[in-house]
Design a protein around this ligand. Structure first.
Ligand code: 13P
Length: 253
């Protein structure tokens, strides 16, 4: 069976103090309330990681993630953060290829392929994001566009490395807009992505990969989305900043 995952992407929100409060609430609620086998991941800003790592401690269902990393292992890259540094504070997952980084920081599929390698080299797990703009969807080119993001950034990997990935489908038109993809739209894309992976790595690898949905996911729509055959959880933005909402999404299975 595939891992069920609900990952929160805090983006550039929360002071350290606010982040500590949020993380503590989430860890306590998960321990008290989450009965299902769901992996909850908090992807915090860099400066929160060390403190949140200590709050997580040995908590069973909660893991720590970063929202980015540098593509080099170490060296003279002023202001940057390496995978080794992330690992040293207990990070297990790194979000890569988020549409905001693609758009505002010019991260291309080729460049992301290098970051994927760096993250895997450190023994961490990439949460690789893909997704189309509304314009691309309206032209009917969304399947081709999104599968191509996987081909160009991931298909150089060995099957063993590919198995360490989590994929997140985040249609850009659904991020932070309050307009979520319908469960049918999301399921269709997830099914296409899994078939695309099967075409390269075979059915066994494709069936083992968790594919998350992201984009205006909230406690109200999560259970419908998560009930779809190929949707294995969510990557949550806004709703991950409220402990009640985030944990309720985790309980939506
Ligand atoms: P929202 O849940 O705020 O739409 O953000 C989704 C997202 O970008 C998660 O990475």
């Amino acid at each position: 069976m595939r891992d069920k995952i609900v990952a929160g992407n805090w983006k550039m929100n929360n002071t350290l103090e606010e982040g500590i409060t949020l993380a503590s609430e989430i860890v306590n609620m998960v321990a008290d309330e989450l009965t299902d086998d769901v992996k909850m991941i908090m992807c915090t800003p860099y400066i929160h990681l060390n403190a949140v790592s200590k709050i997580i401690g040995g908590a069973e269902k909660v893991s720590l993630g970063s929202q980015n990393c540098n593509d080099n292992l170490k060296g003279a890259y002023t202001g940057e953060i390496s995978v080794g540094m992330l690992k040293s504070v207990g990070v297990e997952y790194v979000i890569l290829g988020h549409s905001e980084r693609r758009e505002y920081f010019g991260e291309s599929n080729d460049f992301l392929a290098k970051k994927v390698n760096t993250v895997l080299e450190a023994g961490l797990n990439p949460i690789f994001c893909c997704g189309e703009t509304l314009d691309i969807r309206e032209k009917g080119a969304h399947y081709e566009f999104v599968t191509n993001q996987l081909t160009e950034s991931l298909f150089h990997l060995s099957a063993d490395d590919f198995k360490k990935l989590v994929i997140a489908y985040e249609p850009i038109w659904a991020i932070g807009t309050g307009v979520t993809a319908s469960k049918e739209q999301a399921q269709e894309m997830h099914e296409k992505l899994r078939a695309h992976i099967a075409g390269k790595y075979g059915t066994e690898v494709a069936e083992g990969i968790s594919i998350l949905y992201g984009g205006s996911c909230n406690p109200k729509n999560a259970s419908d989305l998560f009930a779809q055959k190929d949707i294995d959880g969510g990557l949550i933005g806004g709703a991950s900043l409220k402990s009640r909402d985030f944990v309720d999404i985790g309980k939506s299975y």
